[in-house]
Each structure stands twice: as structure tokens, then as C-alpha cells.
Design a protein around this ligand. Structure first.
Ligand code: ATP
Ligand code: MG
Length: 223
């Protein structure tokens, strides 16, 4: 079953900057897909579009059968809240809140600040013991795991990650990738932007952009 479907999607900035140019593809529920391509090729634009943070200039984006291209801000927020967890390269943690409070911010936004659930989400990423630490007291890898916990709080079908290991050393990268492997095995659908071919190779489906165009859409024969 298709969870994500893009049909001839373009995002045009100004007169003619085609950040995305006539992109079509589909991702099945439970699939892990990687998005690769050089800097400026449209990867983040694509992720933001699917993450309901932005809307296309042309074409249609559907998530779970809902055409999100025409939704207003409020409706987009609802789809994002119900279906999507977002993880970024820059951690975007609130510096003066503890790990558990940072996870609860996501919940607060869903108007159900439940400390127990936030604690469980931290435990899912192996940070149960670090709940009361501030971001500055955590390593980069741990901060990224707090972000993943925050993204997991509403049990999203779809996890969108933009270079989630881009700022991490090898050891922390492995730890974060292990969490994604685990989430994948639990049935979450994952769309991950990465510059790193070995990270990209973990995915079942590989997408590659060049100047906003989709130049590769293939199954990964390695997995
Ligand atoms: N808000 C915006 N206004 C104007 N141009 C934009 C905007 N956002 C992105 N662009 C342009 O769209 C193109 C694609 O940008 P995007 O951020 O999607 O690239 P990317 O593949 O994520 O690059 P990187 O690997 O460096 O993160 C770039 O040329 C960028 O300058
Ligand atoms: Mg980017």
C-alpha cells in the first residue's frame, strides 16, 4: 500500500528556480527510502513538502491517501501531527529544557503533556537515564536521540529525517542508525536524506535528485 505519492510535483522559487522539477514517485507503507543528491538538488525541499511544512507550486502530494497539496496551514498541521515525525540534522532542542521536557514540547503541541509517555519515548532510544539532563550536558548523538524520541511521541506512521547523522561521529552515527533499523523493523515508514552512500545503502528504495529532477528511483538490491 502506498503511504507517500508524488505526482508531477514542482516547487518553483521566484521566476524560475526549480527546487523540484516534475518529480513523481511512490513509497509503500513500511518501506525505508533514502534521498541522495548534491547540495542544492532539492532534497530538503522534497522532505519539507512531504512533511507538510511547505506546499508544491504544481503537482500533487498525497500522504496516506490524503492529497495535502491543497490543504491550508491548519489542516497541514493536523496531518503532520497525526502521521509524521520529523528529525533534522541540526537538533533544534530548546537549550534551557531538559531532555524529557524537550520531548514533552512535542506532546504539549499535541496538547497532552504526559511525562510518562515522554519517558517511554526516551527509553525507546536508550536515554531513559538522561531524562533530566540539559542538551548541553548531552553528546551530539544523545541530542539527536532526544530529537528522535520527540519525533516518536505520537507513534507516527512516517518518519522523515534530513541528514540525521550529518553532525555525528561514527560511533554516534551507528547508534542513531540502529534506532532507525529498529523503527523500520517495527513497521515505521522512513524517508531519509543523506550525503553518505553507506547510510543510503541501508534503504530498500533509493531516490536521487539532480537540479530538482528525480534521476534515480530504484530498489536496492543489497537489502
Ligand atoms: N525558501 C527558499 N527561497 C528560495 N530558494 C530556495 C528556498 N529554499 C530552497 N531554495 C533553493 O532551492 C534549491 C534546493 O534547495 P534544498 O535546500 O532543497 O537543497 P538540498 O538538496 O537540501 O541541499 P543540501 O544538501 O545543501 O542541504 C537550492 O537552489 C536552494 O537555494
Ligand atoms: Mg538540505
Amino acid at each position: 500500500m502506498e503511504l507517500i505519492k508524488l505526482d508531477k510535483v514542482s516547487k518553483i522559487y521566484g521566476d524560475d528556480l526549480r527546487a523540484l522539477d516534475n518529480v513523481s514517485f511512490a513509497i509503500d507503507k513500511g518501506e525505508w527510502a533514502s534521498v541522495m543528491g548534491p547540495s542544492g538538488s532539492g532534497k530538503s525541499t522534497l522532505l519539507n513538502m512531504i512533511g507538510c511544512l511547505d506546499t508544491p507550486t504544481k503537482g500533487e502530494v498525497s500522504i496516506g491517501g490524503i492529497n495535502i497539496s491543497q490543504l491550508n496551514k491548519q489542516e497541514l498541521t493536523k496531518v503532520r501531527r497525526d502521521k509524521i515525525g520529523l528529525v533534522f540534522q541540526k537538533f533544534h532542542l530548546v537549550p534551557y529544557l531538559t531532555a524529557i521536557e524537550n520531548v514533552m514540547v512535542a506532546q504539549y503541541y499535541h496538547s497532552m503533556a504526559d511525562e510518562e509517555e515522554a519517558q517511554q519515548a526516551l527509553e525507546r532510544v536508550g536515554l531513559g537515564e538522561r531524562a533530566k539532563h540539559l542538551p548541553k550536558e548531552l553528546s551530539g548523538g544523545e541530542q539527536q536521540r532526544v530529537c528522535i524520541a520527540r519525533a516518536l511521541i505520537n507513534y507516527p506512521d512516517l518518519i522523515l529525517a534530513d541528514e540525521p547523522t550529518g553532525n555525528l561521529d561514527k560511533e554516534n552515527e551507528e547508534m542513531v542508525l540502529d534506532i532507525f533499523r529498529e523503527l523500520h523493523s517495527q513497521g515505521h515508514t522512513i524517508l531519509m536524506v543523506t550525503h553518505d552512500p553507506t547510510v543510503g545503502d541501508l534503504a530498500e528504495k533509493m531516490l536521487e535528485l539532480e537540479h530538482g529532477r528525480l534521476v534515480v528511483n530504484s530498489k536496492n538490491s543489497l537489502v
